[in-house]
Design a protein around this ligand. Sequence first.
Ligand code: AMP
Length: 185
Amino acid sequence: MAQSNLTPLDRALSLIADVPDYPKPGILFKDITPLLADGIGFGVVIDEFARSIRSLNKKVDAIVGIESRGFILGGAIAKALEIGFVTVRKPGKLPRDVYRKEYALEYGFDALELHKDLLDPSDNVIIVDDVLATGGTALACHDLVEITGAKVVAHLFMLEIEFLQGRKMISDTHSEVGIISLLKA
Ligand code: AMP
């Protein structure tokens, strides 16, 4: 398709670069930095995320962003919706009392942490990250948020790598949650 026939959203998403064999052989890394560097494209994507959240017609109190690219997207979405932004970080980065959720990787494990006092049972949140791959990270973040009693309304991703079946991994344990991705690859 000629570049001029693309919608603004399709043009923006076409800026995501494929990087073969990064960070290791066999991985096709989806690099969103060219999209972030494009002022119009970045704005179009944030507007689309905000529109998707509004169209859920649900009370949303905060955006939860997963370190680190989820911070860039989530912060901008929270600003667009005029709601709070909550950081979920890799271990050892947060200075006060945290909840912690460990999750399995191909080899070994990783963990995510959340400051204990940022969410409570009255909160409805949306979790944001750039890429949905196996779903392990998003599921761990979901479980971490639920420790606080807050409810996860939906997961938002810029891009979903379908063959890795992350959508199934999340919905197998949380069948009620919305899963929205702007692009499937
Ligand atoms: P997963 O837990 O397997 O769903 O992996 C999701 C997390 O790893 C997200 O935070 C992504 O930023 C990152 N990630 C996994 N696979 C890729 C990929 N192919 N390209 C870019 N980021 C990826």
